[in-house]
Design a protein around this ligand. Structure first.
Ligand SMILES: [Zn+2]
Length: 149
């Protein structure tokens, strides 16, 4: 006999809790790595461009917060994405200026690194590597501790 009242809805199977896939774990670790890289670079202190000529203007003081700038861009040179020598602390304004003027930045970078270091970094930049972000995160966390962060 059919009841006048609706039957309780059948509960579906409880979805199995899936462990995040390697791809998801890597993605999360990558974001953490970049944040940590930035923190370590900024811990170096102030904008390195203070008192220097940026474009046609002397950079006397910063009006924007400190950024961690990639020397060689992290998109084009993934091998140097988390390299601590591939970063410099610069305020947002300078960061923006040099992002828009990569040729000028290239000249400056050679001075910043010096000829030997520049060659070393360029050689590294050309290497094709697949970064294991989970492993890299462990290394960066250790470095951050060393910097007292
Ligand atoms: Zn500045």
């Amino acid at each position: 006999m059919a009841s006048a009242f609706p039957k309780p809805e059948k509960r579906g199977k409880k979805p199995k809790k899936r462990l995040p896939t390697k791809k998801v774990r890597q993605k999360k670790a990558k974001a953490k790595c970049l944040a940590l890289w930035s923190k370590i670079i900024r811990a170096k202190g102030a904008c390195v461009f203070i008192g220097k000529l940026v474009g046609r203007k002397w950079h006397e003081r910063c009006s924007t917060p400190l950024n961690a700038m990639h020397c060689l861009p992290k998109g084009a040179y993934p091998a140097l994405r988390l390299h601590l020598d591939n970063g410099m602390a610069g305020c947002g304004e300078v960061h923006m200026y040099y992002t828009k003027h990569p040729e000028e930045f290239g000249i400056l970078l050679r001075q910043f690194w010096g000829p030997e270091k520049t060659e070393e970094m360029l050689a590294l930049a050309r290497t094709q590597i697949k970064i294991d972000y989970e492993a890299e995160l462990v290394v960066l966390e250790e470095k951050a501790r060393e910097h007292g962060l």
